[in-house]
Design a protein around this ligand. Sequence first.
Ligand SMILES: [Zn+2]
Length: 318
Amino acid sequence: MKKIISIFLSFLLIFPCHIKTGKTQHALSVNASWAVTYSEYSEMFNDSDLIILGSVMYQECVQDGMLVYTKSYINVSSIYKGAVGRIISILQVGGQVGQYSVFPFEESPLLEMGEFYYLFLKGNDYYYIAGAGQGVFSCDQSSPASLSICETMFAQESCTPFIVGTPTNGFEYPSSTGSVSFCVNSNNNVSSSVLASIKSGCTQWNGVSSLSLSESSPAYASIIINITTAPSYNVGLVGVTIKDGYYRYIDLYYDCMNSLGYLNNTSMWSRLSCHEMGHALGLGHNTLSYSVMTHYIESMAPYPQYCDEITLQELYPW
Ligand SMILES: [Zn+2]
């Protein structure tokens, strides 16, 4: 049953206190009775405009009259209901502007920077959390166990999650067993730590849909990775993946003048090689979800995300 209670904000206390600068600091504490609470999960699902999995990438405080809101910018990983771009903003009561601060609602603590959450949201240009604090579920994205618990939660409530999978690029790796062999021809063009990060980027796909990627000699590899100098400067790092029959060629280009400072950035090399290996396995670009398959290296996820994994599971369903 949905309980409708009229919104009631009681401004409990406004207390001035002196701080060392001699300026007066005001802190406002607000109690709220929520207009809508949900006694069943499915009600919250139906009433939400948007349901996503995402992480908090940036926060700022904005003042509106007596209230201060914390605006959290969310990097969207998966969408379960509604349609939205890759980044959304959520408003929550609480925060500080200058010397003036407002405490968050007790029932709805502020989202934390860098954390992953399942969020049930209402709104359109910007969003509020549904049912006050009810629509927030912490989820440790790095823990498969935590992720599967959250997914099970959706399944148990007999809601069909709508997940934006990464599109395919029209060809998939020809393997009937899940084993994938690659080789890296560096010709001593890059340092050993860069070389190691390239191989590590490739093997980030290990275990996704039981794929098993391993390095082999060039004679046995069907994915051939070449590291070469870019034909022009200021390109940073560029990856190109080509399919030629049974073989896939991944060309990783770098700017030998190191104009953008990427030459020895192992984290960039690793995510670029992971991205190109995604193409070699059959994934296209993902423009909607937080993904290792986004176009631009700066905004690329460092390793395969759920949206990338679900498409691979469709391509390689063994
Ligand atoms: Zn690409």
